[in-house]
Structures are given as C-alpha cells and as structure tokens.
Design a protein. Structure first.
Length: 305
C-alpha cells in the first residue's frame, strides 16, 4: 500500500527546510516488532530549529507523530497518514555529564545515558542501562526498571509544540504517572537534564551488571518484541495474570506470547501488525474472563489497521 506523495508540496511550502523528507517510508524497519505499513512522510529534522520551522509551517490538518527507536510500538499494517518524525542521533543524540547532572538529546539511547552517568561517577541512572529506547521515548513513557524510573531523576525536559514553539517542562510539569506522562501528546521532546548522586564507580558498575543480568535471564531481549505489553494492574503482575489465564506460548498467525516472559509478545518471523494486536486483545479477553481484571496496553499502537 502507499499514500499520495505530499513531499513536493511540503518542500514548496518550506523553502528553508534543511532536514530530510521521504515519502512512503517503511516503518517496520524502525521498530523492534518489525511490522506495520509505511509513513506517508518520514521527516528527519536537521536540528531543533529545523524541527520548529517544519512544525510552524506544516498545515494543521496534517497529523504528526514522533517515534524513537520503536521499542514500545506496534505500527498497524495500514501505516501512518501524515508525517512521522524521527530524531536522528547525529543531531539529537548527544549525552554529557557535569557535576551530578547529565544532559542528553532525545535521540540518545537510554543505555548510553547510563554509560555517560557511570563514567562521571553519577549514580541513580543505572536503570536506564536495561531499557532499549531513547530519551524521547523515556520522557513520554516514564520508562523505568529495576526500582528506578525517569520521574526519579528528571530535572527538566525541552520540547517543541505542534505550532513550532519551544517549551521547557519541569519534573512536575511532566505529570508523570506509571509508564506515561501527562504532557500534551503533540509535544516532541528534544532534550532533557537529569540529576543523579555522586557515587562510588564500582557500585555503579555492579548495579549496571545486575540490571544486564536480570534482562538476559528474564526477558526475550533478542526477539522482535515491544517490551512489556500491558501495565501491571495495581497490586498485580500482568505476567502472572496472563500465565494464570493459560496464555503462555499462545499463537495467532506469526505472533506469540513469549514462553520466557508472558507479558512480552513476539514476532516469530512473519507476523503482521494485525496478528500482534489481535493476540494482545485475545490475551486481554482471556485475562478478563479468568480473573475479572482488565489489562491496559503499555505498548503504543499507531496507524490504521
Ligand atoms: C526487550 C525490551 C525490554 C523493555 N524493557 C523496558 C523496561 O524495563 N522498562 C520500560 O519502561 N520500558 C521497557 N521497554 C519499552 C521501551 O523500551 C520503552 O518504553 C522506551 O522508553 C521507548 O523508547 P523508544 O525510543 O523506543 O520509543 P518508541 O517506542 O519509538 O515510542 C514510544 C512512545 O514514545 C513517544 N516518543 C518517542 N520519542 C519521542 C519524543 N522525542 N518526543 C515525544 N514523544 C516521543 C512515541 O510517540 C510513542 O508514543 C522495553 C522494550 C523492549 C523491546
């Protein structure tokens, strides 16, 4: 399937644009699940000013969505109409430390931010070492693991609004909740500053090794997956509810509930976005029938079926 190519019109309306506009770009390759249709337009801004210029000049009836490295995304098979924005590491991937503060661009990988913090003896950011996303995704999702989450270490984030204006959000402004932020969904985060605690380097390295061992032994990290599919309901573990409902290993088409960790869905090779989403909905129904508890998606689903 393909969408009408609107990139010539966009280029004509934005003569000073420096970033790259591509029509009908596959999104499957940009996500961990490796499924889904194309983006009508994929825009890679040259830098923050270029992103602001693009948004300020983009007609308001064109939908916009931003993706990180797609470690928490199911892209539906019909793809995404409008513009999908991807921040390139070259322009948005820097990470540096000073004192007890780490500054990172939104395209910096969480793992890299943990490394930069560790190299400067800054503790408290070790949990980032095990999360395979970007800082942009961490800000949107309040990513967390092994007892820490983004909310615990964020000082402030910057982002660009749909009209191209720049905003700064304090930790309180981010309205963090479990695996989400209350900031308007149209905001595209571009950078963040985190505060840790100066800590003994060996203790930080030991903690990072623990985080890595936990991943390797408990999660199917080498599969095509999207991480935890459902949020843990208050007082429950999603995986236990899924296991109790008999869903471990359940398959629909090329999608399967992981045998290793049953809150993870995997693409065994030829799954479609529809297979994965249908499997997730089937799991939700079975858990509801078995326990009366409703699971809520943690993974973001985007695009048209
Ligand atoms: C094997 C595996 C293990 C995982 N383990 C964990 C874990 O332990 N803890 C955890 O919290 N998560 C985990 N995840 C999920 C995922 O890594 C996190 O949610 C991560 O923060 C997503 O980042 P991303 O860059 O991949 O974002 P995407 O998956 O690309 O996008 C996720 C959401 O963030 C938004 N977004 C992305 N970039 C920006 C931006 N710059 N500005 C605004 N919004 C943006 C997207 O629009 C989307 O809504 C795991 C995933 C996998 C595959």
């Amino acid at each position: 399937m393909s969408f009408p190519d609107i990139t010539p019109d966009l280029k004509a309306a934005m003569p000073d644009l420096r970033g790259r506009l591509l029509a009908n770009q596959s999104l499957a390759e940009l996500t961990w699940f490796r499924v889904g249709g194309p983006a009508q337009v994929l825009f890679t801004p040259a830098d923050e000013d270029d992103l602001a210029y693009f948004l300020a000049h983009l007609s308001h009836d064109i939908p916009v969505c931003v993706v990180g490295v797609g470690s928490n995304l199911i892209v539906r098979d019909g793809g995404m109409s409008g513009v999908v924005i991807r921040l390139a590491p070259r322009a948005f991937g820097d990470a540096s430390a000073s004192g007890d503060i780490v500054t990172a661009g939104a395209a910096a990988l969480d793992k890299r931010v943990a490394e930069v913090a560790a190299s400067a003896d800054i503790g408290g950011l070790e949990f980032f070492f095990g999360i395979p996303g970007t800082i942009g995704g961490a800000l949107r999702m309040n990513a967390g693991a092994n007892g820490g989450e983004t909310k615990d270490v964020l000082i402030e984030a910057t982002g660009i609004g749909r009209d191209g204006t720049k905003h700064t959000f304090s930790n309180a402004d981010m309205k963090f909740v479990y695996r989400n932020s209350g900031v308007d969904p149209s905001i595209i985060f571009t950078s963040a500053r985190f505060r840790g605690v100066i800590t003994d380097a060996d203790a930080i390295r030991a903690r990072m090794a623990e985080v890595q061992t936990h991943r390797e032994t408990a999660q199917p990290i080498r599969e095509k997956t999207g991480g935890s599919t459902f949020k843990n309901p208050p007082g429950h573990s999603a995986w236990k509810l899924i296991d109790a409902a008999g869903c471990r290993g359940l398959r629909i088409g090329g999608a399967q509930v992981s045998e290793m960790h049953c809150n993870f869905l995997i693409n065994t090779g030829d799954a479609t976005g529809h297979d994965i989403e249908t499997l997730g909905e089937t799991v939700r129904e079975r858990v509801k029938e078995n326990s009366g508890i409703e699971l809520h998606w943690e993974i973001k689903r985007i695009g048209v079926p």
